[in-house]
Design a protein. Sequence first.
Length: 313
Amino acid sequence: MATKELKIFSGNSNRDLAGEIADYLGISIGDAKVKTFQDGEISTSINESVRGADVFVVQPTCSPTNDNIMELLILMDALRRASASRITAVVPYYGYARQERKAKAREPITAKLIANIITTAGATRLVAMDLHAPAIQGFFDIPVDHLPGVPILAEYFLEKKLKDICVVSPDIGGVARARNFAERIGASLAIVDKRRPEPNVSEIMHVIGELNGKTAVLIDDIIDTAGTITQAASVLIEKGATEVYACCTHPVLSSPAVERLNNSVIKEVVVTNTIPLPKEKDSSKIKVLSVAPLLGEAIVRIHEDLSVSKLFS
């Protein structure tokens, strides 16, 4: 068993989630203040000893992405300089994950840059959920625990006891995730073939799979502007689906996503709280599931040097 004291710290990006994780662990969030000066600079003060402690910093790097990244980096730097024994960055949503490759000449690979600066700031381990590109794990020269959101989403849909379900991937890249989800809930599988002429603009082409008389469940890692998911839902109804649900791990929900979802044929949108939903994104269609027990259990296993992968076996 580990002997070093376990401590949880949090920036401002999702303090509610950090609080849930701390409650699961039976501890309090560490005493730290992260504030922003009038000129936009971020200041952090750690108000308790962390010398020799096993520290976990909970900070999804969602919008405002750059501010939240800087909070994470500055917190870790302060903890490192205060002699924390180990610093694990718990980043449920990894910002810039969609910039993981060069799609054309003279483009950056920003996801790799973020990995570099997280490590430089003092992280000795990373915990993330549903990285948009799993290969991002290889961008780090420190251990990475990559947790899937599918088991949480699948458990919810199993409890709903829907009949004749067909799980649908909204694009070719999400087939592995959709297949895993379908196997967990005992459903068939379909794929939406689409073309994306430019970022955040997609054109639905056709559906591979049988939807007639089925309850369709669309699954993706991220719902951003909701253009793809709402267009796909309409196509599924045209193909004979009786009703359509949608689910994802990360509810980015950039404008006009909530309006599109409210006006769509989608019956319910199931998401997790890796990203906090402000009041302006409230919708009767959106159901939020907590990832705190999963992250809390992963933290316990990391702290005690136990296998994290056994959580999903």
